[in-house]
Design a protein. Structure first.
Lengths: 302, 412
């Protein structure tokens, strides 16, 4: 198993620069979340990882070497735009992609059966793919991408279009792959799922990296924290107002005081001052969520 | 198994199972049977009655005329000189004869009147056969003597040394014509299948998955090879059905006056004088010709965004196929003219034209080798370009890429 390394890759389409400068590394066996708004360059970055597009600049390596066709056959890919051969039956379709990835018969069909079972597609195994619902078609494609036990699995918006039950089934399957040693790269707008699954993240906007690292690293670089205090009494408010760097946050829907304070602020000293001013029934220093970090990174934070 | 083999196998099975392929094969076979059998049967049925005639005239004259007409007509009755007008009922009464032919000797020669149901069925052979009789009477010799004396045998000697006998030259033209037709049919019948396959993968976005693990040139090559294989199977079925039905017609209808079409086909095939190495060359040009057009059609299909748009890119590509077809047919008459020799060196045209030249003339080996090398080189170049265009085209959705975009991408 190797490490994926992207070094300053860039790609333009005519006058449009889809990716300007993206660098990150994904250690073997880890799960990596690629975040960004629509048009940020996530799909183009993924396509460059998979050799579908060739970077105009920079390089992509796997285990220290450029990624050739033989290496790419050991990868798996779930593109954002789903595509299946509508007339092929589900089992045939999955087995065919297994063979394309180098799984020789009869293992192709054995593994297809195992993935059909794992993703709950048993009743559809002998039906043409075109007859399946969108969600089930997506599960077929996941099986096609993962059947061969890929070293690296790239999933572009894998949860879009899935109902909660199917999304949970997919999450479970991805965790199993991760546990088996597959390196996962996925993009998603479902923050809770990606936060739950991934160990490190990269936020891309306008073709450049805005933030990257583990959640702890991202939080450590976050400049402020939110402190919530109850009850929302005027005396407690005065304590915050006395802090020049504290900023009140609108919180009309809950009976709570919410302030943004510097990350370096001494929480214990603040709590002592609050208690000295008034009774405090709740004091909470809220860590920024992945969503907060994402919104700030792309410049859309409130 | 290599990825080429995997894609080839899948494409082959998919094509063989497709309803369009099965229906096309069956309909094609039935059409060939119909085309082989029906003309023979219809001609036989129609000519069966048109050959029957009633002869009227003086006994000595009708006896001689009967002899003269023996090869082309069946005389159902000989009656005394006829003075009235023949009616259909009269002809029906004489085994449904098609005509009453009255003969009389006059000072200038024979006077012949033919009373027929259908004037268009009066044959030239009636005039020719009775012409022999008239000449024989004038010379006072038997009609058979006249027939023998007016037949001149011409010995044709092929100074190129290409053919053992003149019949072999005709047979070779037949072989060339057959290969030209087969290649033309194979390209046109499979172009749609190749284009549909590529377009479906693009419009369904499967192409993106495939390119992630396959070289586009290999992918296209596998598709075209699969189309070629299924096409050859289809053509082989049609060929076997055609030859089989021809033999059946020849075997079942020996009594039919015009079962000759099948018999003459068999004779033609028996005269084929094409060496095995030339047959191999013809097959090689067939394959490389199919490949050249196949990759062009595949590349064109990768540029469209909806399968409904296939016609707009397929149309212009029919032009070189049709042009090459016409050139090859024209070349049958003048296989060694400078224009035909020159076009036999131009890729896309040469597979067709070389069929004509190889089958009908003694083409220098270096010309065959050069033409084939150019064709293979062009096929590889087309495949490489098609792979590039495929890679560009498959990620361009919404509108077809401009020529400038394609060229810029090819350069990059």
């Amino acid at each position: 198993m190797g490490t994926l390394l992207l070094s300053g890759i860039a790609r333009s389409f005519g006058d449009v620069a889809a990716v300007r400068d993206v660098s990150f590394s994904v250690p073997a066996g880890t799960t990596f979340g690629l975040l960004g708004p629509n048009g940020a360059g996530k799909t183009t970055t993924m396509r460059m990882i998979l050799g579908i597009l060739i970077p105009d600049r920079g390089k992509v390596t796997w285990d220290g070497a450029p990624i050739d066709l033989a290496t790419r056959r050991r990868f798996g890919y779930l593109p954002e735009e789903r595509g299946l051969y509508g007339k092929l039956k589900v089992r045939e379709h999955i087995a065919y992609f297994g063979r394309l990835h180098g799984v020789a018969p009869p293992n192709d069909e054995r593994r297809a059966d195992a993935w059909i079972e794992r993703l709950g597609l048993g009743e559809y195994a002998s039906r043409p793919c075109a007859e399946l619902s969108k969600g089930n078609q997506q599960k077929v494609q996941v099986a096609c991408a993962a059947l061969h036990g890929p070293e690296l699995l790239v999933l572009d918006e894998p949860f879009s279009g899935l109902d909660p039950v199917n999304a949970e089934t997919l999450l479970h399957a991805l965790r199993e792959l991760r546990d088996a040693g597959t390196t996962l790269i996925l993009s998603s707008h479902q923050m809770w799922q990606i936060e739950d699954l991934c160990e490190s993240f990269c936020v891309i906007a306008d073709g450049t990296v805005r933030a990257s690292g583990t959640l702890e690293q991202l939080r450590a670089s976050w400049p402020t924290r939110i402190v919530e205090v109850e009850p929302p009494s005027p005396r407690l408010r005065e304590v915050f107002d006395a802090m020049p760097e504290a900023r009140a946050l609108p919180n009309a829907d809950r009976p709570v005081l919410a302030y943004e304070v510097p990350a370096s602020a001494d929480s214990a000293a603040l709590l002592r001052r609050l208690v000295a001013a008034n009774d405090v029934t709740r004091f909470e220093r809220v860590e920024p969520s992945l969503r907060d970090i994402y919104l700030r990174a792309i410049g859309a934070a409130a | 198994m290599s990825t080429l083999g995997v894609v080839f196998g899948a494409e082959f099975v998919r094509r063989m199972r497709s309803r369009a392929y099965i229906a096309g094969s069956v309909i094609g076979a039935l059409s060939i049977i119909a085309l082989t059998v029906l003309p023979t049967v219809l001609t036989s049925v129609m000519s069966g009655s048109s050959r029957r005639i009633v002869l009227a005239g003086p006994p000595a004259l009708t006896a001689a005329a009967r002899q003269a007409l023996r090869a082309d007509y069946e005389v159902t009755a000989v009656v005394p000189p006829f003075t009235g007008t023949a009616t259909s009922a009269y002809l029906d009464a004489h085994r449904k004869a098609s005509a009453l032919v009255t003969i009389a000797a006059e000072r200038k020669g024979l006077r012949v009147d033919a009373y027929v149901r259908d004037p268009s069925l009066v044959r030239e052979s009636l005039s020719r056969d009775l012409g022999h009789l008239q000449l024989a009477m004038a010379l006072g010799v038997p009609p058979s003597r006249v027939v023998a004396d007016t037949t001149v045998h011409v010995d044709v000697h092929d100074i190129s040394g290409r053919f053992a006998n003149p019949n072999a030259a005709d047979a070779a033209k037949g072989v060339a014509y057959l290969f030209v037709i087969l290649l033309y049919l194979a390209i046109l019948l499979n172009a749609q299948a190749i284009m549909t396959s590529v377009a479906e993968e693009k419009t369904s976005r499967i192409a993106e998955l495939l390119v992630a693990m396959l070289d586009p040139t290999q992918l296209l090559a596998a598709k075209i090879l699969a189309a070629a294989a299924t096409s050859f199977i289809q053509l082989a079925i049609w060929l076997v059905v055609g030859l089989g039905s021809g033999r059946v017609v020849a075997a079942l209808a020996p009594q039919m006056a015009t079962a000759g079409s099948a018999a003459s086909s068999a004779t033609l095939l028996g005269n084929v004088d094409v060496a095995p190495v030339e047959i191999i060359a013809l097959i090689a040009f067939f394959i490389v010709g199919f490949a050249q057009y196949g990759v062009l059609y595949a590349a064109a299909a990768s540029l469209i965004n909806r399968t409904e748009d296939l016609g707009s890119v397929a149309g212009p590509l029919v032009v070189p196929v049709a042009f090459a077809f016409v050139l090859a047919i024209v070349g049958l008459g003048v296989p060694n003219s400078p224009a035909v020799v020159a076009t036999s060196m131009i890729p896309l045209l040469s597979p067709f034209v070389m069929f004509t030249r190889i089958a009908t003339s003694a083409v220098p080996a270096w010309q065959v080798a050069l033409s084939f090398a150019l064709d293979v080189g062009a096929a590889l170049l087309f495949a490489w370009l098609a792979g590039k265009i495929y890679r560009v085209g498959l990620l361009l959705y919404g509108r077809p890429p401009s020529l400038r975009q394609v060229i810029a991408t090819l350069r990059s």
